[in-house]
Design a protein around this ligand. Structure first.
Ligand code: G3I
Length: 378
């Protein structure tokens, strides 16, 4: 559905008064106008190599694990990082900057500084934004989790948060991860660790979608999770829930797979089929957080074969999305190993991104670029 893909991005660009360059989805006034529209330099970049209307995104590094590292905020202070962020990508996802603990640090105080900066950067560079996230069991501030609120108070806190945050960026966010990781790996609703579901019952999930839709009727509203790349107990739970919600008229528009993959395990070969069954329900689909980690040898330097295998995983994840009509948004969880969450969470693992610490492109980068180019030409 190339025409629909193009229309989506064209509308976003028109709303932002950005010029549309013939044959490409959006223009990057800051960095790309020097390159002729059809020059090799332009198509060397992921965003321009992509088919019309297909956005290629990255997480924008900041907050979360970065706060405990010995470098300043990457998005704010790393000039090389910002340059690549603007040049290579047509979609950005705040890695942590729109999560509750970042954006709503006290009950009666919001901190929009970092989120505003990302949305403004995106608009300046002709990029769309994926909002992440509104209802999650993790990264909630202590004032919320330890506040001993009544059920009525909690419900009003969530409603007000969604109305405020979604409302602030109304018309400027392409997709929102409304509900993040609401099922466990057995496909059971997180009735213990998710404060909203535990205290307010499963119906709160539908309310979150309704409130988000009221605040921004144009944003596409998603369920987002990890370990749902395959047809399995967890993705089956989403499949069932989505059907129920759609039957009730709840404004659910998308299902997205995070795709935090590891070469320790096989590639989820049924990814395309899994996306297709959600597509058949009328939903958009997306890959939202792809990275491919590996067990590092003692030297810390992967072999050429390990890099090749990683590139193959990246390429296959992209190809699966490209093959499904309503999969228009493909995002990697950061582009450089310099800022990856992986070594912080998984001891002995790393090298998960498409560029090294010093921004050298890996085979995985070229695999993405060439797959995008081929899809564009095909
Ligand atoms: O909450 C503690 C805080 O009490 C403490 O003072 C502080 C000290 O550094 O750490 C805080 O926890 C950190 C948390 O972010 C909140 O800031 C963790 O150490 C830190 O590891 C965590 O990292 C983020 C993680 O989400 C949290 O789950 C990562 O930066 C971020 O990349 C990662 O992103 C998630 C997506 O949102 C959802 N899908 C999975 C993906 C990878 O885990």
């Amino acid at each position: 559905m190339r025409s629909i893909r193009f229309a989506t991005v064209a509308l976003a660009a028109a709303a932002l008064s950005l010029p549309l360059v013939t044959g490409v989805a959006t223009a990057d006034p800051a960095a790309d106008q020097q390159a002729a529209p059809h020059s090799n330099a332009r198509f060397d970049r992921l965003r321009w190599a992509a088919p019309e209307g297909f956005v290629v995104g990255t997480a924008v590094a900041g907050g979360g694990h970065h706060l405990s590292q010995d470098y300043p905020d990457p998005f704010t202070y790393d000039a090389e990082y910002r340059k690549i962020l603007g040049r290579q990508f047509s979609s950005v996802s705040p890695e942590n900057q729109m999560k509750w603990d970042s954006i709503h640090p006290e009950k009666d105080r919001y901190d929009f500084g970092q989120a505003d900066a990302i949305v403004e950067f995106a608009e300046k560079h002709g990029q769309v934004v994926r909002g992440h996230t509104l209802l999650w069991h993790s990264q909630n501030p202590a004032w919320l989790t330890q506040g001993n609120f009544s059920k009525a108070e909690l419900r009003e806190i969530l409603r007000e948060h969604i109305a405020t945050v979604v409302g602030r960026y109304a018309g400027r966010i392409q997709q929102w991860d409304v509900a993040n990781e609401i099922f466990d790996d057995q496909g059971k609703l997180r009735t213990t660790d998710n404060i909203w579901i535990r205290e307010l019952g499963p119906g709160i999930v539908a309310d979150a979608f309704r409130w988000a839709h009221e605040a921004d009727p144009k944003a596409k509203l998603f369920f987002n999770d990890y370990n749902v790349e395959s047809v399995n107990a967890k993705s089956n739970s989403y499949y069932t829930l989505v059907q129920q919600l759609l039957a009730q008229g709840v404004p659910v528009h998308g299902f997205s797979v995070q795709a935090h993959l590891s070469t320790r395990y096989g590639f989820p070969g049924d990814l395309e089929n899994n996306l297709r069954r959600f597509d058949a329900l009328g939903l958009e689909t997306a890959v939202t957080e792809l990275d491919v980690r590996m067990d590092l040898p003692e030297s810390g330097v992967p072999t050429a074969e390990m890099e090749r295998k990683q590139a193959d995983y990246y390429q296959r994840a992209l190809s699966a999305c490209l093959a499904v009509d309503g999969c228009n948004s493909f995002t990697i969880w950061g582009f450089t190993d310099k800022y990856s969450w992986v070594p912080v969470f998984f001891e002995g693992e790393g090298f998960a991104n498409v560029m090294t610490d010093d921004y050298t492109r890996k085979p995985a980068f070229y695999a993405l670029r060439d797959t995008l180019k081929a899809a564009r030409q095909g």
